[in-house]
Design a protein around this ligand. Structure first.
Ligand code: 0X9
Ligand code: ZN
Length: 310
């Protein structure tokens, strides 16, 4: 069984999800929203303990090598189900959670079994190369340059930020898009889990023009980062992607905000660098639980602050 002391395979995670559904059929639903290029299941788990809750969407491990992002998705779900902390129970009871722990299973398995540093999907894109960056393959401002002419994505198939031949060229991103097109109205918050930079980024990546609810994103993000910091002293930087990190176009969280108008959208860049060692993407499994605890605490801060601001 899973205990968050190691990183698990896609199949192990999916078996765990299916077991949860069997154990808690009243409030856990597992749905296959599509299949990956290599035919793996894209599983989404829903936790809903009450009718008419608003919902939060979590997309994990869209980047193959960012293993902590998938592990944290399942950690959060497990805590929502089993924690006795009243603040966590409040999140579980009063929010519906839609979680895709492994959004890029082909890439994740390739990173586990062949090339630890793999980032993209695994579809053939030229005679030489495989893979599209799924976090450059969403439709909103796909392959769009910023004010300085920076695309924040690549047209070159062998690049690690290859945007694909067209928006949603990948079955993995298309499956998420199909789901969001049917369900966007349920969601107050879209969360895309990544590593590693200790950041909470919000739209946009393709322009430094500020979004209409910039201040809400900043204040709610800062409340989340403050709760995160209180756990273990890890300081996240909160800010808009283009200013805080770099130019990036066609990313999922901008699509969720800009196209589907989900009002709050964050990209988490979790542990990997800094005080706890410069591990980068290859974060040792003993950090799964500490990282999970602080991210979970941040969600408490995020939901409480967003209630306050209405
Ligand atoms: O480049 C990315 O896709 C993300 N960083 S990573 O090192 N995990 O690859 C950042 C995406 C920024 N997101 C938004 N524009 N919201
Ligand atoms: Zn990433």
């Amino acid at each position: 069984d899973m205990d968050w002391t190691s990183y698990y395979s896609t199949v192990e995670i999916h078996v765990w999800l299916d077991k949860l559904q069997q154990t808690f059929p009243q409030y856990i639903t597992v749905e296959e929203i599509g299949k990956s290029f290599e035919g793996r299941s894209l599983k989404l788990v829903k936790l809903s303990k009450k009718q008419n809750n608003r919902a939060i969407f979590i997309e994990g491990n869209i980047h193959a090598r960012e293993w902590i992002s998938g592990a944290t998705s399942t950690y959060v779900l497990n805590e929502l189900l089993f924690s006795s902390d009243p603040e966590i129970q409040d999140l579980a009871n009063n929010v519906d959670w839609y979680i895709i722990p492994i959004s890029n299973p082909d890439g994740y398995e390739f990173s586990r079994n062949s090339n630890r540093n793999w980032r993209k999907t695994r579809s053939p894109v030229s005679t030489l190369c495989n893979g599209v960056d799924p976090n450059r393959n969403f439709g909103f401002n796909w392959l769009t340059a910023d004010e300085s002419g920076n695309l924040g994505a690549s047209r070159l198939p062998c690049s690690d930020t290859f945007a694909g031949s067209r928006p949603f060229s990948e079955p993995e991103t298309q499956a998420i898009e199909n789901f969001l097109s049917q369900n966007y109205a349920k969601f107050d918050i879209y969360l895309s889990f990544h590593s590693f930079a200790h950041m909470m980024l919000f739209p946009f990546g393709h322009t430094s023009v500020r979004i209409p609810n910039f201040n809400d994103h900043l204040n709610i993000g800062q409340a989340a980062a403050d709760r995160l910091f209180a756990v273990d002293g890890v300081r996240y930087t909160v800010g808009p992607t283009r200013e805080t990190l770099y130019a990036a176009s066609g990313v999922s969280s901008d699509h969720a905000y800009g196209h589907h108008r989900i009002p709050l959208s964050y990209t988490y860049e979790m542990r990997g660098n800094g005080d706890y060692g410069n591990h980068g993407f290859v974060l040792p499994p003993e950090f799964i639980i500490p990282n999970g605890k602080e991210v979970l605490a941040s969600l408490v801060g995020m939901v409480q602050k967003s209630r306050q601001l209405g």
